[in-house]
Design a binder for this molecule. Structure first.
Ligand code: NAD
Ligand code: UDP
Length: 329
C-alpha cells in the first residue's frame, strides 16, 4: 500500500482505535515492527495503559486518549485505520450496552469519515458474533446469521452488523478502500483476568484451585485462536486487496466442558468443575470456515491450542506474581 504523496523514506502511518486493548495493543506492536508510525487511540474504558506502557517514548508511537464516538481529529496523513475500539467481552458489553451500540455505530461512522478524508485504507474488526447462534456449521462468510436483535447480546452483535453495513456503504458510495475481518474467539497475553470470558476465568480459577464454572452442561462449542495468529491474519488482510469479509479463526473446535478439563490438566490444577446457568442467547456452536482466508491471504493458524494455552498460562502466572490483585476473586 503506498500513499503517492510520500517519498520512499517516509513511514506509513496507521491509526489503531482500541489500541490499548487486548488485540489492539498486539497490533500496535506488530505495526511498529513493520516500521509503521502508530497512532493509538483509546478511551481506556476496557483497555489499559499497561498494555502500551512499553511503547511510550518510542518515536514511532503516539497515544491519544479519545472516545471515538466523538469527532476524531488526527493531524497529518494517514495510510491505514484499524478500527478495533469496542467492548468485546460479554460482561463488558452487558455492562455498557449503550456505549457498545454507540462505538459500533457512531464510532465506526467517525472512523470511516476519517478514512475518507485522509484517503486511508480502513479495516473493521468485526466478529463471529455476526453469525449469532448459527444454524449452519461451520460458519462461512456467505452465511447471514441468526441474531436476536432484542436479546442481551444483541447490543454487540447488531452494532457489529451495522458496522459492517456502514463499512460496505462507505466502500460502495464513497469509494473508501475497506476491509472487514470477522474474528473468532481469540486468547493470549494482555487479556484481563477478570474480563469474564471463559479462558481467563478458567485460568484464574485453576490458579487458585477454585472450581471452574462451566455454564449450562458445557456442550456448547467454541474454537479458540492464539493472538499471534490473529495479528498475522489482520496484517495480511491489511496488505491485501480483498474487500468482502474474511473469517480469521482457528477451526479446532472444542466443547466448553472439554476445554475446562483441558485447562485443569494443562495447569496441573486440583480444581473441580461446577455447572452454572447458561446465559441467554449463548451460541450453541461456533467454528470458522477459513477456506477464504487460506485462498486470499494464504493464512491459516500456526499455533495449536495446547501451545497457545501454555504461553497464556505463563503470562497469567507472572502477572499474578507481580500483582496479586489481578488474581484475587
Ligand atoms: P478489549 O476490550 O481488550 O479492547 C477494546 C478497546 O477499545 C479497549 O482498549 C477499550 O478501552 C477501547 N474502546 C472501547 N470503546 C471505545 C471508544 N468509544 N473510544 C475509544 N476506545 C474505545 O477487547 P479486544 O478483545 O481487544 O477486542 C478488540 C476488537 O476486536 C473489538 O472490536 C472486538 O469486537 C473485536 N473482536 C475481538 C474478539 C476476541 O476474541 N478478543 C473476537 C471478535 C471480535
Ligand atoms: N463460559 C463458561 N464459564 C465461564 C465463562 C464462560 O462456561 O466462566 C462459557 C460461555 O457461556 C460460552 C463459552 O464459555 O458458552 C465462551 O464464552 P466467552 O465469554 O469466552 O466467549 P463468547 O461467548 O463470546 O464466545
Amino acid at each position: 500500500m503506498t500513499n503517492n504523496t510520500k517519498n520512499s523514506t517516509q513511514k506509513q502511518r496507521v491509526l489503531i482505535t482500541g489500541g490499548a486493548g487486548f488485540l489492539g495493543s498486539h497490533l500496535c506492536d506488530r505495526f511498529i515492527e513493520e516500521e509503521y508510525e502508530v497512532i493509538c487511540m483509546d478511551n481506556l474504558s476496557t483497555g489499559s495503559a499497561d498494555n502500551i506502557a512499553h511503547l511510550i517514548g518510542n518515536d514511532n508511537f503516539t497515544f491519544i486518549n479519545h472516545d471515538v464516538t466523538n469527532y476524531i481529529h488526527v493531524g497529518g496523513d494517514l495510510d491505514l485505520i484499524l478500527h478495533f475500539a469496542s467492548p468485546a467481552s460479554p460482561i463488558d458489553y452487558l455492562e455498557m450496552p449503550i456505549q457498545t451500540l454507540k462505538v459500533g455505530s457512531l464510532g465506526t461512522h467517525k472512523a470511516l469519515g476519517l478514512a475518507k478524508s485522509k484517503n486511508a485504507r480502513f479495516v473493521l474488526a468485526s466478529t463471529s458474533e455476526v453469525y449469532g447462534d448459527p444454524l449452519t456449521h461451520p460458519q462461512a462468510e456467505n452465511y447471514w446469521g441468526n441474531v436476536n436483535p432484542i436479546g442481551f447480546r444483541g447490543v454487540y452483535d447488531e452494532a457489529k452488523r451495522f458496522a459492517e453495513a456502514m463499512t460496505m456503504a462507505y466502500h460502495r458510495f464513497h469509494g473508501v478502500d475497506t476491509r472487514i475481518v470477522r474474528i473468532f474467539n481469540t486468547y493470549g497475553s494482555r487479556m484481563r483476568i477478570h474480563d469474564g470470558r471463559a479462558l481467563p476465568t478458567f485460568m484464574r480459577q485453576a490458579l487458585r484451585g477454585n472450581p471452574l464454572t462451566v455454564y449450562g452442561d458445557g456442550s456448547q462449542t467454541r474454537s479458540f485462536m492464539y493472538v499471534y495468529d490473529l495479528v498475522e491474519g489482520v496484517w495480511r488482510l491489511s496488505q491485501s486487496d480483498h474487500v468482502e469479509p474474511v473469517n480469521i479463526g482457528n477451526p479446532d473446535e472444542i466443547t466448553i466442558l472439554e476445554f475446562a478439563k483441558e485447562i485443569i490438566e494443562l495447569t496441573e490444577s486440583d480444581s473441580e468443575i461446577t455447572f452454572e446457568e447458561l446465559p441467554k442467547d449463548d451460541p450453541q456452536v461456533r467454528q470458522p470456515d477459513i477456506s477464504l482466508a487460506k485462498e486470499v491471504l494464504d493464512w491459516q493458524p500456526a499455533y495449536d491450542r495446547r501451545e497457545g494455552l501454555l504461553k497464556t498460562f505463563d503470562y497469567f502466572k507472572k502477572k499474578a506474581l507481580k500483582d496479586t490483585a489481578h488474581i484475587d476473586e
